[in-house]
Design a protein around this ligand. Structure first.
Ligand SMILES: C[S@@+](CC[C@H](N)C(=O)[O-])C[C@H]1O[C@@H](n2cnc3c(N)ncnc32)[C@H](O)[C@@H]1O
Length: 324
């Protein structure tokens, strides 16, 4: 099975067969993988499109870029790997002198390799620095905690982590940081556990610090901004007849993808009772997935980290136009 075949120690790719089907790899030749990670999806796309398919693989993490260049070196005639942000895909395509592509994959979020390496600071199972940067284009968690004010931090905790009583938690964390009591990931996790304990949380099965880490990670990497920008840039990346396949792991991300796809399918902003459209907007294409595609129970059993994956597909069918 493709999913097992492309799993590496670095990261087990999710929904591999579904990605290949929805990208329509059988008839197409030019692809972008915006989140190369360990190269599992990239490899699957290169194999499915042999011998003429070409792939531009992007990751903001220089270590992922090295991993993919190394692991997929046998495909170097057809594969170009660059370090960059997928929100800059139109510019990256231009730099490579590529035209628009037939298929664009974005598999948002962090890789298992990033999560499991304590030195990256994403997890609190072992002590690590307060870093959490996916790549050098982000701000470290330590710098974020040193500059953010209480109101902004409370908003981040509330919006990106759905944390209760966010203002008091934000104050306590920022005080501890200023007093020099917060140097490592485990310092932060221990502090949150001490302040909150398990039972008061909505999901008592998870460690109380999990959502705090998630919120800081989303903020320092500006994950939602990049995703929103990427969705909006689909018409500049994907050629007419091509498809964008976006996988997200968080309800906030999925909402951005869902609403962004809908806006491109129906960009008109005229009031519904207006007899004729006055904004001159024209659709860019259609949403192919009315509901998100989810991993099978078998896949979730084999790879529990796939359980929150949601895949949505947009097909570009026209040049389209945003409202005047
Ligand atoms: C879930 S992993 C992708 C795994 C990959 N599909 C595979 O098969 O191994 C997400 C990857 O996307 C990268 N990433 C996340 N946000 C990014 C962004 N805005 N621009 C470029 N890369 C990003 C992360 O550094 C990470 O390596």
């Amino acid at each position: 099975m493709a999913d097992e075949h492309h799993a590496t120690d670095y990261h087990a790719p999710v929904l591999v067969n579904e990605v290949l089907d929805w990208l329509n790899t059988a008839d197409k030749t030019r692809f972008v993988d915006g989140t190369a990670g360990g190269g599992g999806h990239s490899e699957a796309i290169l194999e499915a499109t042999a011998p003429q398919g070409r792939l531009l693989a992007i990751d903001r993490d220089p270590r992922a870029v090295e991993e993919v260049k190394d692991r997929l070196s046998e495909y170097d005639q057809r594969l170009t790997v660059v370090c960059g942000n997928y929100s800059q895909t139109p510019q990256l395509l231009r730099q490579q002198r590529w035209e628009k592509v037939d298929g664009w994959l974005v598999d948002a979020g962090v890789s298992s390799h990033q999560l499991d390496d304590a030195q990256r600071g994403f997890s609190f199972r072992n002590p690590g620095p307060l870093d959490m940067r996916m790549g050098p284009d982000a701000e470290s968690a330590a710098d974020f905690l040193d500059r953010v004010d209480r109101d902004e931090f409370a908003r981040v905790l509330r919006e990106y982590g759905e944390v209760d009583r966010a203002r008091s938690l934000a104050s306590n964390i920022l005080d501890a940081r200023r007093d020099g009591r917060l140097e490592t990931t485990t310092d932060l996790a221990d502090l949150v556990e001490e302040l909150r304990g398990q039972p008061e949380w909505k999901k008592p099965s998870i460690h109380p610090a999990t959502l705090v880490f998630q919120a800081i990670r989303i903020a320092v990497n500006r994950e939602l901004d990049h995703l929103e920008k990427a969705v909006e840039s689909i018409p500049r990346v994907v050629a007419v007849g091509g498809r964008a396949v976006f996988i997200s792991f968080h309800s906030l991300e999925d909402r951005i993808v869902k609403h962004g796809f809908r806006r491109m399918a129906d960009p008109c902003v005229c009031p519904p009772d207006l007899p004729r459209c006055g904004c001159a907007a024209e659709p860019f294409g259609r949403v192919l997935t009315t509901r998100p595609v989810r991993p099978s129970e078998k896949e979730i059993e084999e790879n529990p980290r796939s359980r929150s994956a949601r895949l949505r597909v947009f097909e570009v069918t026209a040049e389209g136009r945003w409202p005047n």
